[in-house]
Design a protein around this ligand. Structure first.
Ligand SMILES: [Zn+2]
Length: 439
């Protein structure tokens, strides 16, 4: 039997935003291998391979991005189209579908590396990714799994299947998902799921083909954009269905392992459909605001225990939570009820990740995977169970100084320690120049 390495983290203040207690002062965290063994105030006895004194820093659970597009990591500062784009579909056609088509093996790898680095540095330790590189399909998901392993993050893999680039690429994308499903049916830190771009870029024939291909597999789910813009719902109506979700249900594509992303314009019957199938729902506020597609209703977020994702907009989940809260507030009159972004990020996302990866993820509690984001934070007002919200969303504005995943330090003094951050960054710059030359 392999002996598990034992680490003791001491002299740190632990915040588990949605647990009771939410705050433990002067705590310790004992880690065995990749799992938290115990936490509390009185230091445990026993031998440790390493003891780390955190000098009064504040620890949050490593965070989960419930919907991300790592392939867009090199899009920051990308040349924008010359003409004004009038709507969401034009934006997809003129910006995103041109960019994803230009990705080759090397630029895709640079996107993965840069995006994983940004995530880790922001304390995001689990990524549920939705990948698209139609000119580099075969092997793209294994490449992401390898990069996730190298950097030490949990990664959920999916390749966006779509009809928009022709039959050959449709078939290759379906195959890439199926191969990942087979190859990664056991590993602890990789979770494969079947990626579909969206209902409006898939014909009835294609949905049937996808269903027929997955239905004989033991465990599968889909990860799909649903009703992000009204155009998706109108398309489903034109094809003779009551809604996008009714269409997916007609092809037996909804189940408890499935991720429904956005859902801005869904009806009450669609909410019920998601609930009946016990599927997971994910809200992406900064992306929705940026695309001007509307805002997911409070009620849907509450009823569906919505998770929180960034849709490729950013790697920092604390920022996404804060921005989501502020965007919603800007649409409310005084006294109007909002949604609880703390719950989305620290209760619902951990539930989603734990369900997908089949182990406890997202809290600093015994039995959970040892993923922590540690901040050098000197609060000017007391942190207590009832003031955690303000400290988390308004106080912790700097990046964490240390990030631990699977019980190992990955970031120290805000820098990657096991690999060269400088190399990843300079490669990203070179690949971005090449990528942008296509526009
Ligand atoms: Zn997305």
């Amino acid at each position: 039997m392999i002996k598990m390495s034992k680490k003791l983290l001491k002299n740190l203040h632990v915040i588990n935003p949605c647990a009771e207690p939410a705050f433990v002062e002067n705590a310790f965290v004992a880690i065995s291998g990749d799992t938290i063994e115990s936490t509390g105030i009185t230091l445990p006895s026993g031998e440790f391979d390493e003891i780390h004194d955190l000098g009064g820093k504040v620890a949050l659970p490593g965070m989960i991005n419930a919907h991300h597009h790592l392939y867009s990591s090199l899009a920051i500062g990308m040349p924008l189209p010359k003409k004004n784009l009038n709507n969401f579909v034009e934006k997809l056609k003129e910006v995103w579908w041109k960019m994803d088509l230009a990705l080759d093996h090397d630029s895709t790898k640079a996107c993965f590396e840069a995006g994983l680095l940004d995530s880790l540095k922001a304390g995001t330790t689990t990524i549920i990714d939705h990948h698209c590189s139609p000119s580099f399909i075969e092997g793209s998901l294994s490449l992401l799994a390898d990069m996730g392993e190298k950097m030490g993050l949990n990664v959920s893999l999916a390749f966006e299947i779509s009809d928009r680039n022709g039959e050959e690429k449709f078939e290759a994308s379906l195959k890439e998902n199926l191969e990942a499903l087979e190859k990664y049916s056991r590993p602890l830190y990789v979770h494969p799921i079947v990626g579909l771009h969206a209902s409006f870029t898939l014909s009835d024939d294609s949905l049937k083909k996808i269903h027929d291909a997955v239905s004989s597999i033991d465990s599968w789910g889909i990860h799909i954009h649903v009703s992000e813009d009204m155009a998706d719902e109108l398309d489903a109506t034109h094809r003779g269905y009551g809604s996008v979700l009714e269409r997916l249900n007609r092809f037996d594509l909804l189940n408890q392992n499935s991720l429904i992303i956005h859902g801005l314009h869904i009806k009450e019957t669609d909410v019920n459909l998601i609930g009946e199938h016990n599927a997971m729902f994910v809200h992406n506020p900064s992306s929705n605001a940026n695309n001007r597609v509307g805002m997911a209703p409070n009620l849907n977020l509450d009823e569906l225990s919505s998770g929180l994702g960034t849709d490729g907009m950013q790697a920092n989940m604390l920022r996404e939570g804060k921005e989501g809260m502020l965007i919603r507030s800007s649409h409310l009159q005084g006294g109007g009820a909002s949604s609880d972004y703390m719950q989305l990020l620290f209760r619902n996302n951990p539930k989603i990740a734990s369900k997908l990866f089949g182990r406890k993820i997202g809290s600093i509690l015994p039995g959970y995977q040892a993923d922590l984001a540690i901040y050098d934070y000197s609060p000017r007002t007391p942190i207590t169970d009832s003031t955690v919200f303000g400290h988390v969303f308004f106080g912790l504005s700097e990046l964490p100084t240390e990030v631990i995943t699977r019980g190992e330090f990955r970031i120290k003094d805000r820098h990657l320690i096991m690999h060269s951050e400088k190399e990843i960054k300079s490669n990203a710059v070179a690949q971005a120049e090449k990528l942008w030359s296509h526009f």
